[in-house]
Design a protein around this ligand. Structure first.
Ligand code: SAM
Ligand code: DTB
Ligand code: SF4
Length: 314
């Protein structure tokens, strides 16, 4: 896909765009079903990187203190609870620049993954930068997907992060793919980027080989203390257009409505589902920020007659 192709799709009349996205969804997915994913921050805060949106960067005074890496037992208990609550994917995040083979913290993560993967859910981790040997170890331990977002276009990336590059992100993704792990890769909107930046990011995603298995679309949560704390909210129709375009060009990907749902109305979320979103983070908390309550989400899915992945529907 080229940027021009994406611009054509994105800028067609709104109802044509979402109808087309809905048809593509129905052609590729058996039923209306949303995957519930539980997110857990296994190591919070104190990160060396300066990502301008992130409450976990040690550079900003955000009130998020640096924590220690959780113990396997603690993680396992929460993973069991997530499975009981209907999640079919468990995503663990760590606030690090990256991991290296031989480090004690990496060994500890491998131990966590080995244990969590026995529960039978998809196991996703997001640990920052890594190379092929680390990716292979994670695969062996039972990781099914690695989350590493491009976050925005290559051109806008240096405005958001100075401590690593867009190319570093691509290198990690390529290591993950070479190890045979599914890639979960998306971005954030609402950081001051243009429509072209958003579509350029999507252009890069459509040229991944293999295509990303899941695409998280985050709306910026303007975290107090970060350089982006005063950013205005994203226009909901721009969000819906981006989700619909993603559904059309990456028909087999799980498109995840990720950060920022607390600021979206029920109606806005319904439009996002219609446009092809088929996964959400489920649980009261994301990594450090709030997420809609589980009861609220259950009610919303029921009101829209949306089933959940992994549950018996017949
Ligand atoms: N340190 C790892 C990394 O950078 O890949 C993993 C954790 S990082 C918090 C994962 C993703 O969460 C980021 O790439 C970004 O897309 C999203 N994220 C973080 N803070 C956010 C915020 N305030 N609003 C929206 N999305 C956010
Ligand atoms: C992703 O794209 N979004 C999630 C997950 N991958 C790791 C993280 C959202 C974080 C929101 C801000 C916070 O909780 O601090
Ligand atoms: Fe660190 Fe990841 Fe936050 Fe960047 S997004 S500051 S790398 S935790």
């Amino acid at each position: 896909m080229t940027l021009v192709d994406l611009q054509k799709i994105y800028s067609q009349p709104f109802f044509d765009l979402i109808s087309r996205a809905r048809s593509v969804y129905l052609e590729h997915w058996a039923r209306d079903e949303v995957q519930l994913c539980t997110l857990l921050s296994i190591k919070t805060g104190g990160c060396s990187e300066d990502c301008a949106y992130c409450a976990q960067s040690a550079r900003y005074s955000t009130g998020v203190d640096a924590g220690r890496l959780m113990k396997t037992e603690e993680v396992l208990q929460l993973a069991e609870r997530a499975r009981e609550n209907g999640s079919t994917r468990f995503c663990m995040g760590a606030a690090w620049k990256g991991v290296r083979e031989g480090e004690a913290k990496f060994e500890q993560v491998l131990d966590i993954v080995r244990n969590v993967s026995r529960l039978g859910m998809e196991v996703c981790v997001t640990l920052g930068h890594l190379g092929l040997s680390e990716a292979k170890k994670l695969k062996e331990a039972g990781v099914t997907a690695y989350n590493h977002n491009l976050d925005t276009s290559e051109e806008f990336y240096p405005e958001i992060v100075s401590t690593h590059t867009f190319q570093d992100r691509l290198d990690t993704i390529s290591a993950v793919q070479s190890a045979g792990i599914s890639v979960c890769c998306g971005g954030i909107i609402g950081m001051g980027e243009t429509e072209t930046d958003r579509l350029k990011m999507l252009e890069v995603l459509t040229n991944f080989d293999p295509a990303p298995e899941s695409v998280p679309i985050n709306c910026l949560i303007p975290m107090p203390g970060t350089p982006l704390e005063d950013q205005p909210p994203v226009d909901v129709f721009e969000l819906v257009r981006l989700i619909a375009t993603t559904r059309i060009v990456l028909p087999n990907a799980r498109v995840r409505m990720s950060a920022g749902r607390t600021r979206l109305s029920k109606e806005a979320q319904a439009l996002c589902f219609f446009a092809g979103a088929n996964s959400i983070f489920y649980g009261n908390k994301l990594l450090t920020a709030a997420n809609p309550g589980v009861d609220e989400d259950r009610e919303l899915l029921a009101a829209l007659d949306l089933g959940t992945h992994g549950s018996d529907q017949e």
